[in-house]
Design a protein around this ligand. Structure first.
Ligand code: WTA
Length: 631
C-alpha cells in the first residue's frame, strides 16, 4: 500500500486533483483498505445541519486494518515499542502478531464483562501498552472508547463518564510520572460516587499497590483475561458507526464529546501519517504525546498501526531522570521520526544544549511539532541541535475535531519556513474569512481560518448534543467549518496559525475554555466572580491569568490563592492551575454587564497602555485599579 507523495511536484499535482475531484481522490485511497463490504458512495454532506457521511454503507472494522491485515506480511514486525518511565527498567516490544493476540484476548474479556457494540467505555490509564490494547480492544468489539487523560480530576472524569453514559471504566492502580507516582484507582473510586451508569471497572496492576476494590463491580485486568482466547473476530461496523468520543474544551460550558467514526477516521489518519512523516517500512516512529489527547489517538495508535509502522509509546517525561531523556531514547531505539510539542522543546531549551549534544541522534530523519504555534527561537533550536540542520521539521496544525493533520509539511518534500505550518494536505481546503465572513482570496493576509469542504476524519457531532456541534463549528460562517483559530497566509500561500480567536486558552498544548476554569474558581466559597484570560508564557505558550472578586479582599492573599488553585485542581486537574491570580474589587463590564476581556487580556499581556476605548464601561475606575495591581 503506497500512499506516499514523494516530491513537491507530486504534491502539487495530487493537491489539484484532490480539490477538482475529491470523491475520486478519496475513493482511490479508501480502496487500499480492507472493507468487509465495499461502500456504495464516497461522500454525502451538508454543513448546515451539519450532516457529513463518508464511505456510505461500507462495512469495516478499523482494528482489522490496524492488525489482521498486517499479520501475513508483518506478523513478526514490531508494532509497538514501550519505553518505561525509569530508564533502568526493561522496555517492552510487541510484534504485530503479539499485539493482535493481546487485543483479541482483552476484547474477549470485555465481552465476558458484558460490553458489546455501541457501549461506551471510559479509559483512564497510564501510558503503558495496555492503554493501546484497551483502546483497540474496544474498537474491535464495536464498543466506543473515551480516553480521559490521566491528569484530570475525579470531578472532570465523572462529568465525562456521565455525559457518555459509560458502562465501564478501565484504569490502573496508579502511574509513574518522572519521580512521582500518581494514584488512579483512588480518583476513579471518588468519581464513581456520582456515576450510576458504570457497571464494571477493570483495573490493571501497574504499581503493585492494593487500591480499594468494590466487590461485584471491580475486577483486576489479569483476572479478566484469565482463560480468554487469543482470537476475537472483529465486529462488523458501518463506516459511520462511532469509533470514539474524545472530550475537548470550547469557549462555553463543559467540555464536549467530539465524535469520530470508523471509516473516515481510518482513511485519513493513515493517509496523513504516511505523508506527513514520510514513514518508510523499516522506520521507528515516536510521538511523545499522551494517548489521552487526540495526537496520541491518531498518531501513536491508529495512524501508525494502520500503516503497519513501528510506533513507540513512552511512559515518562522529558526531564526525568534528566533533560536528555528524549534524546537518549532516540539513540537507544534508533528513532527515525520524532513528533513532539513546542512546549517540550522550550522546556528542554531552558536546560541548555549539553543534554542534547551528548547524543548522536544519527537515526533521525523527520521532526514534527504539534499543539500550538511554535516560536522561531524554539524552531531553530529544534532544527539545529536536534535535527542537526539535516532533518526537515513538519509543523502540523490540526485539532481534536479534525481527527488528523490538516496543514503541515510532508517530510523533506515541502518548503519549510520557521513558525509556519505551511500548506494544506491533499483533500483539505482551508480558507481565510474576514469579520463579515467573506473569503479573502489573495495572499499576504490574515483572517479566520475555516475549512470549506469536508474531509474524511472530521468530527460528525458532539456526543448527545448535535445542536452544540452546529452552533460551535458550522453556524459562524455559512457552509464553512470554523476552526476557532486565526491565521496568516504569506505571499507564497503558506499558512501560519496565530492562535485562538475564541475564549480558549492553550496551555502547553492543552485546551481549556475560560468559562470552564472560571466555573472551577467560582466553586470556591470566598469567590463572588472571576474572569480568566491567557497571557504569553515562556514555556507553556500561554499561562492562565485569573482576575478574582471575593466577598471582601482577602487578608492573606497567599492563602486565598492556594485555596483557589485547590478548587481548580479539584474541579479540573493540576494541568489547569492558574499561574497568576489577581484579586480585584470588580471586573470591567459594559453597561449590559458583559465582561470586557480585551482589557483584561491587555493587562495580563503587560500592555496596559494599549487598552483602547474604555469609555463604554460601567465603572471605568475599576480599570485603573486592575492596571495598578497587575502581576
Ligand atoms: C492549536 C491538537 C499552531 C490550535 C492536535 C488548534 C496549533 C488547537 C498547532 C487544537 C500548530 C494545534 N500551530 N497552533 N501546529 N497545532 N494548534 O484539539 O489553536 O488539542 O485549534 O488538537 O491547538 O488543539 P487540540
Amino acid at each position: 500500500m503506497e500512499l506516499r507523495i514523494n516530491s513537491w511536484e507530486a504534491y502539487q499535482e495530487t493537491y489539484r486533483k484532490s480539490v477538482e475531484q475529491p470523491e475520486n481522490f478519496w475513493d482511490e485511497i479508501a480502496k487500499t483498505f480492507s472493507w468487509r463490504k465495499p461502500y456504495d458512495k464516497v461522500l454525502e454532506w451538508n454543513f448546515d445541519a451539519p450532516d457529513v457521511k463518508w464511505f456510505l454503507n461500507g462495512k469495516v472494522n478499523i482494528t482489522e486494518n490496524c492488525l489482521d491485515r498486517h499479520l501475513k506480511q508483518r506478523g513478526n514486525k514490531l508494532a509497538l515499542i514501550w519505553e518505561p518511565n525509569d530508564p533502568k527498567e526493561k522496555f517492552v516490544r510487541l510484534t504485530y502478531r503479539e499485539l493482535y493476540e493481546k487485543v483479541c484476548q482483552f476484547g474477549n474479556a470485555l465481552k465476558a464483562q458484558g460490553i458489546g457494540k455501541g457501549d461506551r467505555v471510559v479509559i483512564y490509564m497510564p501510558m503503558i501498552p495496555e492503554l493501546a490494547i484497551a483502546v483497540l480492544a474496544c474498537a474491535r468489539i464495536g464498543a466506543v472508547h473515551s480516553v480521559v487523560f490521566a491528569g484530570f480530576s475525579a470531578n472532570a472524569m465523572s462529568d465525562r463518564i456521565n455525559d457518555a453514559q459509560a458502562k465501564m471504566v478501565i484504569t490502573a492502580d496508579g502511574l509513574n510520572r518522572g519521580a512521582k507516582q500518581v494514584p488512579l484507582k483512588r480518583v476513579v473510586n471518588e468519581a464513581l460516587h456520582h456515576c450510576p451508569s458504570v457497571e464494571r471497572v477493570i483495573v490493571y496492576d501497574c504499581l503493585g499497590w492494593l487500591p480499594q476494590m468494590e466487590a461485584g463491580r471491580d475486577i483486576w485486568w489479569h483476572d479478566a483475561i484469565e482463560g480468554m482466547g487469543r482470537e476475537c473476530p472483529a465486529e462488523e461496523m458501518d463506516s459511520e458507526d462511532l469509533l470514539f468520543i474524545l472530550y475537548t474544551s470550547g469557549s462555553t460550558g463543559k467540555p464536549k464529546g467530539v465524535v469520530h467514526t470508523h471509516g473516515g477516521y481510518m482513511v485519513y489518519t493513515a493517509y496523513s501519517f504516511q505523508n506527513v512523516f514520510q514513514y518508510g517500512e523499516s522506520d521507528i516512529y515516536w510521538c511523545t504525546a499522551d494517548v489521552g489527547w487526540i495526537t496520541g489517538h491518531s498518531y501513536i495508535v491508529y495512524g501508525p498501526l494502520l500503516s503497519g509502522a513501528t510506533t513507540m509509546m513512552f511512559e515518562g517525561v522529558p526531564t526525568y531522570p534528566d533533560a536528555g531523556r528524549f534524546w537518549q531514547v532516540c539513540d537507544k531505539h534508533g528513532v527515525n521520526q520524532f513528533y513532539t510539542a513546542p512546549t517540550a522543546i522550550r522546556a528542554l531549551m531552558a536546560y541548555g544544549e549539553d543534554h542534547v549534544l551528548s547524543y548522536s541522534l544519527d537515526s533521525l530523519k523527520v521532526l514534527g511539532t504539534v499543539g500550538e504555534p511554535i516560536n522561531e527561537e524554539a524552531w531553530r533550536w529544534y532544527h539545529i541541535h536536534v535535527g542537526k540542520e539535516r532533518c526537515p521539521i513538519v509543523d502540523t496544525w490540526w485539532q481534536t475535531e479534525t481527527g488528523g493533520v490538516m496543514i503541515g509539511g510532508l517530510g523533506e518534500h515541502s518548503p519549510m519556513k520557521p513558525a509556519y505550518a505551511g500548506y494544506p494536505l491533499p483533500g483539505i481546503q482551508p480558507v481565510l474569512l474576514d469579520q463579515e465572513g467573506k473569503e479573502i482570496s489573495e495572499n499576504g493576509v490574515e483572517g479566520y481560518l475555516c475549512i470549506k469542504f469536508p474531509w474524511p476524519s472530521m468530527l460528525r457531532t458532539t456526543y448527545g448534543d448535535h445542536e452544540r456541534c452546529r452552533v460551535t463549528y458550522f453556524a459562524h460562517y455559512k457552509n464553512h467549518y470554523f476552526t476557532g483559530d486565526g491565521a496568516k497566509r504569506d505571499e507564497n500561500g503558506m499558512y501560519r496559525i496565530i492562535g485562538r480567536v475564541d475564549d480558549v486558552i492553550n496551555v502547553s498544548g492543552h485546551r481549556f475554555g475560560t468559562a470552564e476554569i472560571e466555573e472551577a474558581i467560582n466553586s470556591d466559597g470566598q469567590v463572588v466572580e472571576s474572569a480568566v484570560v491567557g497571557y504569553p508564557h515562556d514555556i507553556k505558550g500561554q499561562g492562565i491569568y485569573a482576575y478574582v472578586v471575593c466577598e471582601s479582599l482577602p487578608t492573606d492573599k497567599e492563602v486565598a490563592r492556594a485555596e483557589i488553585v485547590e478548587a481548580v485542581v479539584e474541579q479540573i486537574g493540576k494541568i489547569a492551575k492558574p499561574e497568576k491570580i489577581q484579586f480585584v474589587s470588580g471586573l470591567p463590564k459594559t453597561r449590559s454587564g458583559k465582561i470586557m476581556r480585551r482589557i483584561l487580556r491587555k493587562v495580563a499581556e503587560g500592555e496596559p497602555d494599549k487598552l483602547g476605548d474604555t469609555s463604554t464601561l460601567l465603572d471605568p475606575g475599576v480599570v485603573d485599579e486592575i492596571v495598578e495591581g497587575a502581576l
